[in-house]
Design a protein around this ligand. Sequence first.
Ligand SMILES: Nc1ncnc2c1ncn2[C@@H]1O[C@H](COP(=O)(O)OP(=O)(O)OP(=O)(O)O)[C@@H](O)[C@H]1O
Ligand SMILES: [Mg+2]
Length: 236
Amino acid sequence: MTLLELTDVTASYGPVQVLEGVSLSVPEGGAVGILGANGAGKTTTLRAISGVVRTTGRIVFDGQDISGLRPDQVAARGIAHVPEGRGTLPNLTVRENLMVGAYLRKDRRRIPTDVDYLLDLFPNLKERISSNASALSGGEQQMLAVGRAFMAKPRLLVLDEPSLGLAPSTAKNVYEAIRRLRLESDIAMLVVEQNANLAFSIVDTATVLETGRSVLTGTSAELKGRDEIRRAYLGG
Ligand SMILES: Nc1ncnc2c1ncn2[C@@H]1O[C@H](COP(=O)(O)OP(=O)(O)OP(=O)(O)O)[C@@H](O)[C@H]1O
Ligand SMILES: [Mg+2]
């Protein structure tokens, strides 16, 4: 079953249209990547889903058109967005950031179990549980951002370049944890990534964006086999 479907979505910042027609779909429990060069519209596509930019076209989540909803309404439907640049709250501790993520949950009794699970997934955060987010390394902040989104118990996790600005080994650790989260939960994922090798370590299919349009969709294996994808996104 399809969980999220974008059909011919356009989006604008003020008078400037930057998405010209993006279509993609994420199956329930599936993981889908968005690849594309700088400025292709990857972040804007995620913002369109989250209700942060004005859009046209159809954005259907769990059978209902969510285009035009406010960001808090989209979040309440079960979409958690880890923005580019992470967006943790610097003056709150790791634990407080996780609790902010859980703010809208009704099943309060399950929250401690989920915190424990998360600290097992990201042992670095366990050691830093009482530190302010501002004191964390870039990798730890990214883990916290993912953790905070997980604490909302979303049906869809939207991740904008989790590897951005991280050393390769740190990025790999972050991706390994996201991969485990994927295998151990039924949360669907939509992942923007410029490093296609990392993206392909967790996604089943990916859509390539060029200047605000989706131009190609395929399975990870199909895309890896195409010369133009290898040249543009796989470093060879
Ligand atoms: N707040 C904004 N106001 C006006 N134009 C914007 C704004 N944010 C992005 N843009 C423009 O929209 C286009 C798409 O940007 P977007 O951030 O979605 O690309 P991206 O694929 O995420 O790029 P990157 O790989 O650099 O993160 C770019 O031309 C960008 O300059
Ligand atoms: Mg971006």
